[in-house]
Design a binder for this molecule. Sequence first.
Ligand SMILES: C[S@@+](CC[C@H](N)C(=O)[O-])C[C@H]1O[C@@H](n2cnc3c(N)ncnc32)[C@H](O)[C@@H]1O
Length: 279
Amino acid sequence: MNSKEILTYFSKWIESETGIIYQEHNLYQLQDRLDQLVRHFKLESPIDLWKKVEAGGGSEFRTKLIDISTNNETSFFRDAKFFECLERTVLPGLVKDCGGLANIKIWSVASSSGQEPYSLAMLLVELGKKINQLPPKIMATDISEGILAKATAGIYSEIEMGRGLSEERRKNYFKPDNSNTWLLNADMRALVNLKKLNLISQNSLPGPFDLILCRNVLIYQKVEAKVQIINRLSGCLRPEGIFLMGSGESMIGLSNEFRQVLTDGVAIYSRKETEKKSA
Ligand SMILES: C[S@@+](CC[C@H](N)C(=O)[O-])C[C@H]1O[C@@H](n2cnc3c(N)ncnc32)[C@H](O)[C@@H]1O
C-alpha cells in the first residue's frame, strides 16, 4: 500500500464510523493526524496503523482514531447573536410551553470540550435567578472520548476563557486552577450530563426533548449522513420542539419535518406538529 492508498483507506474508515468526510483538499490534515497517532502508539509508519485496523484493532486504538478524526473547534457563547436569541426568545418561550424552567429537556448533540452546554447552563442559571426557578440539567454528548474527558474536567486555558466569556461570567462561574488555567465551578459542571454518543451508529437515541442544539457538526458530514442524522434527531424532539443549527448551517434540502422560524436574525427550526416515533 502506498501513502495515497493508506490515506484513502483511513478516510473511508472514518467516514463509515463517524460520517465525517475528508475531502481531497484536506487529506493533508488527515495525514498529519495519522502521523500523530503513529507517534502516540510508537509505530513506524501509517502502514502499521493500517495493519492494526485490518487485524481488528484494539478498542483504545479505534477510540484514538476517532478522536483524531474529529474537529473540535468551539468557544464559549460561540456566535453571540445566537446566544442572545436563546436568552431573549427561545428560553423564555420554552419556560411557558413547558410549564416552568426546570421542566425543559435539552440536548447538545455535539458538545465538544463543553463550552456550548456550559454557556447554555450559565444562561439557564441566570434566567432561573430572574424568574426565581431552578435550572434544568442539560444532556450533552459527543463521539470523541478525548474531548468528553476535557469537557468533564471543566478546565480551560486563558486563551479558551478569552473566547466569548465576559469578565462577569468568569468571576461568577470559574476559579483560577493554577497560573494558566481556570476550573468551572462544581455546581455548573453538575448541570451538564456528558456522555459518549455517535449520531450515526448509536442504536436508540434519547428523547423526547424540547430543545436540541445541533451546531457545527453536520458541516463535516456528507449529505446522506446529514439527512440521516436530522431524520434521527427529529424523532428525538417533541412536536413543536426547537432545533438549532450553527450560524452557517441550514435545513434546506435536508428535511421537510421542520418549520423555519426567524427570530432576531437567527434561524430557528420548529418540528412540525405530526407525531413521529422516537429514533
Ligand atoms: C466543531 S465541534 C462543534 C462543537 C459545538 N457544537 C459548537 O458549535 O461550538 C463538532 C463536534 O462534533 C463531534 N462529532 C463529529 N461527528 C460526530 C458523530 N458522528 N456523532 C457525535 N458527535 C460527532 C466532534 O467530536 C466535535 O466535538
